[in-house]
Design a protein around this ligand. Structure first.
Ligand code: CA
Length: 702
């Protein structure tokens, strides 16, 4: 039900949407801008910039700039910012969502695709929805059981779930209205990205290119949940008819029997709708398997590409491939953003992306033509972009004999973490990771239809690894001038990893970090103005809203992802129970401190006879199947059990757990299709050997 004031405010907002500053002044004078009832419809989504009290879509507006006009919290007042309230989300897994706010209600997701609605003023829980994702679907997720948030539309909340469903909920009650499977049921696909709404359609992609899958994007009718269109990103089996001319063209850039491993190219994160062109833009991931020699010769369209579709029918309009024939997991799925810039004296609208591969791209949204691409991070795989928009590759890096050190790493110089653009400073604010990865190809690779099938030799311990271990990753917050394509300022980070950013008209940029600090900087020059120590690593982007005249800044704090699970050096961050935090001026709430007690590794009592060569085989199997969650070298990153601590009782039923799925309910999948009982025994021998070694070392150091 719309109140009179709400209708009035809404009319002003729509009438004056074109001149946004004026709109805000009028709305403030009229007593609007307090998170009043706004029905999130097409008009409201188009005019989202004129209603800064609410944050009704993932990137705040269709252009996804994440720039708020609110300025109660500004460079003068931010020193008084304090915690207004917090809510426990009961998980040790990564939290990546952007909360949405409408009409005083904050909607967010958590790990395992749980959805929450809170009173945005108090943090009082209004409802919670659990889609009951089968916990063993964690096997089909490369990078933690995360979710990046919901979409709002006409009184409903839309969420994509880890097991590939798209669900519409009643925004008032959290009751499910419809629930559709968007991926092959129980197949190795997942959804971690937030849906977007365009003209009554819910647009959703999926993840899974570390597995044998074929990427696609789907549009569903928001009202009914009926599929309207589905557009594949890579060609299927050429003995069957191609779905489109685009797929026929793409097939000419593949060779061999690529479709048997699916081809990959999943659209697992960014989706941006542009009302100007009526196009939907998204990015596609790596090919499956990762390495061109295992997959196919050629460019392999449209993997690692930025793609535009017509929203009406899903027809491909243009595509720009950022990493032809990708060989390094250089997904092009990072956040896309539309902005008006003055490029060489001319005002023009550009589609921007800080790509995993280290280039900052600016494309013409109407044609996909490259305007410019400049490195924003160090790289060794390419030296620049030629006049045809093609990267000039370093052939030695692609050649990959024994193993190769590649920069940026497969985590990307920038990844899914949302960035923000401040049109006043003209700067884009983003976390940048300066790291390398070691790429080694498995010998005798065969497609695995039941598990990851990247072709990466995860057990590689050859000479290149020694060199690689000496290369320390680093991270920074960078303010990038996209008009000039150069860095304006940066701040070094104590830990390499960091979260997304928020920009505001208060000349502020907010940024969360791996060490648990949420910080506010002066947007113009990077001067630190405020800091809050959450004691929980922050990967998610902050957002802001206003209710009853009070501006809040909210962020999810929860550190996870592949670096934590795999316990890789690039991901050191504070793992602690996840929370939703909301700040306002004068806020005085305090967070309970979380001090995990680390017990010494006990000397295992369980006996299992194994030779050195058997333990070595167990090490390679562990690295291939177990390390991605339980941690490299059997040292957990903190969110999944550390197997060195497994008691004798657990070792007695080791095979029951690993092959039999005895702990399926808590997220430990069955590996019965991947591992024989004898192989499980070798893994167990290696785990016990590592526990012995740790216990001995720790006892000696006491
Ligand atoms: Ca990938």
């Amino acid at each position: 039900m719309l109140g009179d004031t709400a209708i009035f405010c809404r009319r002003i907002a729509l009438a004056a949407a074109a001149a946004c500053i004026l709109t805000i002044v009028i709305l403030e004078m009229a007593g609007c801008g307090r998170g009043r009832v706004v029905v999130v419809d097409d008009a409201a989504l188009k005019a989202a910039d004129a209603d800064p009290a609410n944050w009704i879509t993932y990137g705040q507006t269709y252009s996804e700039q994440r720039f708020s006009h609110l300025q109660q919290i500004d460079e003068q007042t931010v020193g008084r910012l304090g915690l207004a309230w917090f809510a426990d989300l009961g998980t040790l897994r990564g939290l990546e969502a952007t909360p949405l706010v409408n009409d005083g209600v904050l909607y967010t997701t958590s790990a395992w695709s749980l959805v929450y609605a809170f009173d945005a003023r108090t943090g009082h829980l209004l409802w919670q929805y659990d889609p009951h994702v089968p916990k063993d679907h964690a096997k089909f997720v490369c990078c933690d059981v995360v979710n990046r948030g919901v979409a709002l539309y006409r009184g409903r909340v839309y969420v994509g779930t880890l097991d590939g469903r798209l669900i519409a909920l009643d925004a008032k009650t959290g009751a499910a209205v419809w629930d559709v499977q968007t991926t092959p049921k129980d197949g190795p696909y997942a959804i971690t990205g937030a849906p977007r709404i365009a003209k009554g359609r819910v647009i959703i992609g999926n993840a899974g290119a570390e597995y044998a899958v074929r990427g696609y994007v789907s549009a569903y009718d928001a009202e009914t949940g009926n599929l309207i269109w589905r557009t594949y990103t890579v060609p299927g089996d050429p003995s069957k008819p191609f779905e489109s001319e685009a797929m026929r063209r793409a097939a000419a850039t593949w060779s061999g029997e690529w479709w048997k491993a699916g081809g990959g190219g999943t659209a697992w994160d960014t989706i941006v709708y542009d009302p100007e062109t009526d196009f939907v833009f998204f990015g596609t991931g790596n090919g499956s398997p990762w390495y061109d020699r295992l997959r196919s010769k050629g460019d392999n369209l449209y993997i690692a590409s930025i793609v535009a579709l017509r929203v009406s029918n899903g027809e491909q309009v243009w595509a720009y491939q950022t990493t032809p024939g990708d060989n390094w997991d250089y997904d092009a799925t990072q956040p896309l953003m539309l902005a008006t810039l003055t490029v060489e004296g001319q005002q023009r609208t550009v589609l921007m992306q800080a790509n995993k591969n280290g280039f900052f791209y600016e494309l013409d949204p109407a044609t996909g033509k490259l305007i410019s691409a400049r490195p924003y991070a160090e790289m060794n795989w390419a030296t620049g972009i030629d006049s045809n928009g093609r990267p000039m590759e370093n052939a030695a890096v692609r050649k990959l004999k024994d193993a190769t050190i590649v920069k940026p790493s497969s985590a990307g110089a920038h990844n899914w973490h949302p960035l923000s653009f401040n049109p006043v400073t003209g700067l884009v604010y983003m976390g940048v990771l300066d790291a390398t990865s070691i790429q080694a190809v498995t010998s005798g690779w065969k497609i695995n239809l039941h598990d990851q099938t990247t072709g990466l030799d995860r057990g590689y311990v050859g000479p290149v690894r020694k060199q690689w271990l000496t290369l320390k990753p680093a991270g920074k917050l960078v303010a990038w001038n996209p008009a000039a394509q150069r860095e304006a300022w940066h701040v070094e980070l104590p830990d390499p990893g960091s979260g997304g950013t928020l920009s505001t008209a208060g000349n502020l940029v907010f940024h969360g970090r791996a060490d648990g600090k949420l910080r506010a900087y002066r947007a113009t020059d990077g001067k630190l103005l405020w800091e809050f120590d959450a004691g929980i690593g922050i990967m998610a982007p902050p957002m802001t809203y206003q209710v009853d005249g009070t501006q809040y800044v909210a962020v999810l704090a929860g550190w996870g992802g592949p670096e934590v699970l795999g316990n890789r050096a690039t991901g050191k961050g504070k793992v602690a129970p996840g929370k939703l935090l909301s700040f306002s001026l004068g806020g005085s709430a305090t967070l309970p401190r979380y001090e995990p007690v680390v017990q010494p590794v006990p000397m295992p009592t369980f006996k299992l006879a194994a030779s050195r060569p058997e333990i070595e085989t167990g090490r390679v199997l562990y690295a291939t199947f177990c390390a991605r969650c339980h941690g490299a070298d059997v040292v957990s990153g903190g969110s999944v059990p550390d197997l060195r601590y497994a008691p004798a009782g657990m070792h007695e039923k080791f095979e029951e757990v690993v092959r039999g799925g005895a702990l399926r309910e808590v997220g430990m999948p069955s590996f019965s299709e991947d591992l024989t009982p004898a192989q499980v025994r070798l893994i167990q021998a290696y785990v016990l050997d590592r526990a012995h070694e740790s216990a001995r070392t720790e006892a000696a150091s006491r």
